[in-house]
Design a binder for this molecule. Structure first.
Ligand code: UDP
Ligand code: MG
Length: 144
């Protein structure tokens, strides 16, 4: 077990569908079971302004209005997980964006489905690179 890897942080959100369905504990539990540290944790209501920063890369996409409606439908749990290679590991644990295609064993593949709505409801968000993790953590936890 190498301890020479740089410690990474990743932003994870339990999205409004995950909170409403009682899956906060499942997400945190899987991160803890894997051995990652919960460095920050907060229940909060996302605003359209905050999401415009968070999802800036998607602002011009046709699904963006539905995505904002989904992400503001109720509170989210924002957290920072910490550990060597946690970004890669947690993206793998989240699974494919579309829960229909997400592999069983992943969060999206175990708890998600197509609800017949326009947007893709998929329980969790996770930063996809060190650059996006740093950017997203600064958006959600500016005091950090
Ligand atoms: N999304 C959607 N429709 C699409 C693509 C994405 O509603 O066709 C939503 C979905 O909730 C997804 C989020 O927008 O998680 C961000 O999309 P991205 O492609 O970055 O997927 P992720 O990084 O979350 O896997
Ligand atoms: Mg993404």
């Amino acid at each position: 077990m190498s301890e020479t890897q740089a410690i990474e942080q990743v932003l994870v959100l339990v999205k409004p569908d995950g909170v409403a369905r009682g899956l906060i504990g499942q997400v945190i539990g899987r991160a803890e079971a894997r051995g990652y540290k919960v460095a920050r944790l907060e229940l909060r209501q996302a605003t359209a302004e905050l999401l415009a920063e968070h999802y800036a890369e998607h602002a011009a996409k046709p699904f963006y209005p539905a995505l904002v409606e989904y992400m503001t439908a109720g509170p989210v749990v924002a957290m920072v997980l910490e550990g060597a290679q946690v970004i890669t590991a947690f993206r793998a644990m989240a699974g494919a964006t579309d829960p229909v295609k997400a592999a069983p064993g992943t969060i999206r593949g175990d708890f998600g489905r197509d609800w017949g709505t326009g947007e893709i409801q998929n329980i969790v968000h996770a930063s996809d690179s060190p650059e996006s993790a740093a950017r997203e953590i600064a958006i959600w936890f500016p005091e950090a």
